[in-house]
Design a protein around this ligand. Structure first.
Ligand code: FMN
Length: 212
């Protein structure tokens, strides 16, 4: 609807979108239709941010050598992470697929840029982290905007932020918030992959809802 109100059917569809959004690690190699990434980023730009600072910066990573640096970092960090587990957990961890770096047609590094002018410091004097939180809100919007268009996103955090930041030669003040794989998913599912493979299920939400 054009007037800012939303009917029940829309709310139902929106809930379906929330349920079917997935972190995707298995991508088709098919290139994204060219209009999709700009559309998805345009939606992400509508996200809330502290002081309306809009601190997100999107860096599309196309250079092969940079992608290789990221991949190498992932392989190193994933091997180290495996060393932190023992027994059955280690066995299970080693079977997980935790990144779609090889197949995803689009790689996006998402940074937080601490531009003092934007937002004029509102809200971040007391809680400076709100700048980075703002970038995460944009990533969530992007995740849903992508999913609504049949595009999957996979967040890769198992890497060394400094390796990615250096390889991309962005300003030294920018902080890496996320490295995202973007592309068409091989499969759709309404259950998180980590739940399906027995790593971690969704737990009862009552335990996380407190009233004081
Ligand atoms: C901050 C953040 C970092 C994440 N890092 C990784 C990662 O490095 N590798 C991975 O496979 N999934 C990663 N995920 C995805 C989570 O595993 C996933 O969101 C969770 O298992 C729930 O699944 P769903 O997103 O499909 O609902 C990350 C998610 C978030 C929010």
């Amino acid at each position: 609807m054009s007037d800012g109100t939303f009917d029940k059917a829309f709310v139902g569809d929106l809930n379906r979108l929330f349920r079917w959004r997935r972190d995707v690690r298995r991508f088709s190699r098919e290139p994204l239709e060219p209009h999709l990434l700009p559309e998805i980023l345009e939606a992400a730009e509508l996200s809330p941010s502290v002081g309306n600072s809009q601190p997100w910066r999107w860096v599309e990573v196309r250079t092969t050598s940079v992608r290789e640096t990221v991949r190498d970092s992932f392989i190193r960090c994933n091997a180290e992470a495996l060393n932190g587990y023992t027994g059955e957990r280690a066995h299970l961890y080693s079977s997980l697929k935790l990144a779609g770096l090889d197949d995803a047609p689009v790689h996006l590094a998402v940074f937080c840029a601490p531009d003092a002018e934007q937002g004029h410091g509102l809200g971040r004097q007391t809680v400076p982290e709100t700048l980075e939180y703002s970038v995460v809100t944009a990533i969530t919007t992007m995740w849903l905007a992508a999913r609504a268009r049949g595009v999957g996103i996979g967040w890769v955090s198992i890497l060394e932020p400094h390796a990615v930041t250096e390889a991309l030669a962005v300003p030294a003040t920018w902080k890496l918030v996320a490295y995202l794989c973007v592309g068409y998913p091989e499969h759709e599912n309404d259950i998180p992959e980590l739940e399906r493979v027995g790593w971690q299920s969704r737990t009862e939400s009552e335990k996380r809802h407190l009233i004081r």
